[in-house]
Design a protein around this ligand. Structure first.
Ligand SMILES: C[S@@+](CC[C@H](N)C(=O)[O-])C[C@H]1O[C@@H](n2cnc3c(N)ncnc32)[C@H](O)[C@@H]1O
Length: 374
């Protein structure tokens, strides 16, 4: 019999080796978390390579455990703070093995320490498949910067979601690539928060999209899908979209993400631009700013800043309140400016004439401007 005190002290539980092959789930893992409505056990059950999730209130967990785990699995491991215990059941006998190792001190809050909504050591097998975590859920060294970026990104997204007062969310990710961010957004909303999440990632690369869809299916992430699309020209699906996100979507792909969000009246946009080539390729000397165009590197950086400044000003004209922030430290990405936008006001044409005049004077083109003024 399992000692009830072990169960009360534990922060994580894993049950494996089902007594019968007919058992529905090969492995069940659970961890205790603090959610808005109290402390819950987040249970993840694996069957046919798919994961199924449910949140069980702490006071119901003992009963659930006695019905679902105790009679059905030969090995159950509980892990608490600096402590772990394993139960081995065989031939009607039970062996209890206690060890002084386990989790280092942690609190249960889903928001935990700053910048660490996603924590190393969390049992998220999809992140192993994606190559962000090793098999024992350590961060893959080369993914550390991306890990920081997606943690910070989700904090910002979550701050916006807290203003919604609803239990569902639809988000499009433009230029999702290997989709660490897309997966994490889904995991955070669907699994950690128990929100009905409908997340779509768009990317040009068919093989990457297929791989991401396979991982989503493998773990039963039914509200997460990836679609091959050229966001500059393909028709994109999606209605009632709450947020558009883009993280390092190349060059003008960012402009199309912004334009799509503006044209659909999407409330929140979180966009971290990357490789802003367009203005750099077209800008020419024409006035007082010529001294910024003498040297290649300076011209490139000025062009990138001008691009994002124009994007922000156009978004303001389209009725968005825009913050331009350094979303992570420069050390974690040189492309660290985020446009954080919320639709709060009526459109105006305050900035557009000034931008048009700059474009004429310095002979450059800017895609978001062109899309909004076609
Ligand atoms: C630098 S990667 C960023 C990937 C991911 N968002 C991340 O932060 O790890 C840029 C991605 O944008 C995609 N991309 C570029 N232009 C695109 C377009 N026109 N339509 C769709 N995806 C595009 C690329 O295929 C690539 O996967």
């Amino acid at each position: 019999m399992t000692n009830v005190q072990d169960l009360q002290k534990a922060l994580k539980m894993t049950a494996s080796k089902p007594v019968s092959k007919q058992m529905g789930f090969l492995r069940i893992s659970a961890r205790k978390v603090q959610l808005k409505n109290g402390i819950f056990w987040q249970v993840e059950q694996f069957k046919n390579n798919q994961a199924f999730h449910q949140n069980i209130a702490e006071h119901d967990f003992l009963q659930w455990y006695q019905q679902n785990i105790q009679p059905n699995y030969k090995q159950v491991c509980f892990v608490g703070e600096n402590w772990s215990v394993t139960y081995l059941y065989s031939n009607g006998k039970c062996k209890r093995l206690e060890q002084n190792n386990g989790l280092s001190k942690q609190n249960l809050s889903a928001n935990r320490q700053k910048n660490y909504i996603l924590q190393e050591g969390q049992n998220i097998p999809a992140f192993v498949d994606l190559g962000v975590f090793t098999k024992d859920f350590k961060i893959v060294q080369s993914k550390y910067d991306k890990f920081k970026q997606i943690n910070r990104f989700i904090e910002i997204v979550d701050d916006a979601f807290k203003t919604y007062n609803k239990q569902s969310i639809t988000i499009l990710d433009f230029g999702c690539g290997k989709s660490y961010l897309t997966f994490f957004i889904y995991y955070y909303f669907a699994v950690v928060k128990g929100v009905q999440a409908n997340i779509i990632g768009y990317d040009l690369k068919a093989d990457v999209v297929e791989h991401c869809n396979q991982i989503a299916q493998k773990y039963g992430y039914t509200g997460l899908k990836f679609v091959v699309a050229d966001v500059t020209k393909d028709k994109l699906e999606g209605t009632n979209i709450d947020m558009v996100v883009s993280l390092h979507a190349c060059d003008v792909a960012t402009d199309y993400a912004l334009y799509y969000a503006i044209s659909k009246g999407v409330k929140h946009i979180f966009s971290v631009p990357c490789c802003q080539h367009e203005i750099n390729l077209s800008i020419q000397k024409g006035g007082e700013l010529d001294c910024l165009l003498n040297y290649g590197i300076i011209k490139e950086r000025v062009s990138a800043l001008l691009t994002d400044s124009i994007r922000a000003m156009l978004l303001e004209d389209c009725g968005y309140s825009v913050d331009v922030l350094e979303f992570v430290d420069l050390a974690h990405s040189p492309k660290n400016l985020m446009l954080r936008c919320c639709k709060t006001k009526q459109p105006t044409a305050k900035n557009t004439p000034k931008i048009k005049q700059l474009m004429q004077q310095y002979h450059f083109e800017q895609r978001l401007f062109a899309l909004l003024n076609k």
